[in-house]
Design a protein. Structure first.
Length: 114
């Protein structure tokens, strides 16, 4: 299997981004992150928050602030990681200005950057 990168999160868990996921889902669905693999990797390695996913028990959401060249606004970058296969696998990543609908502490905060 081919990977764009493999890294570790602040809880020392291995997280990978498969080339197939990057090319077939993330870039076509969220072209604003094309060319910003470094931002996605940094968000996994040093997120402000890791939250339990609102809908799926096997997923967690990595969140941080970002500023992409195409916009003048600060946005939240959200990286969704699935842990159902043992190691974490990124399933999507995108910036959003609608943090209220994208993140909730209702199911629990897994990690908060000190």
């Amino acid at each position: 299997m081919s990977y764009e990168f493999s890294t570790r999160d602040p809880l020392d868990r291995e997280i990978v981004l498969k080339t197939k996921t990057w090319n077939n889902h993330i870039v076509p669905g969220h072209p604003e992150v094309a060319g910003h693999l470094d931002l996605i990797k940094k968000t996994v390695e040093d997120p402000k928050y890791i939250l339990k996913d609102r809908r799926r028990d096997t997923r967690e959401n990595y969140l941080d602030l970002c500023s992409l060249p195409h916009t003048q606004n600060l946005q939240v970058i959200k990286v969704v990681v699935d842990f159902s296969a043992g190691i974490g696998s990124i399933v999507t990543a995108y910036p959003t200005e609608r943090i209220r609908t994208q993140a909730s502490t209702q199911r629990g905060v897994v990690y908060e950057r000190p």
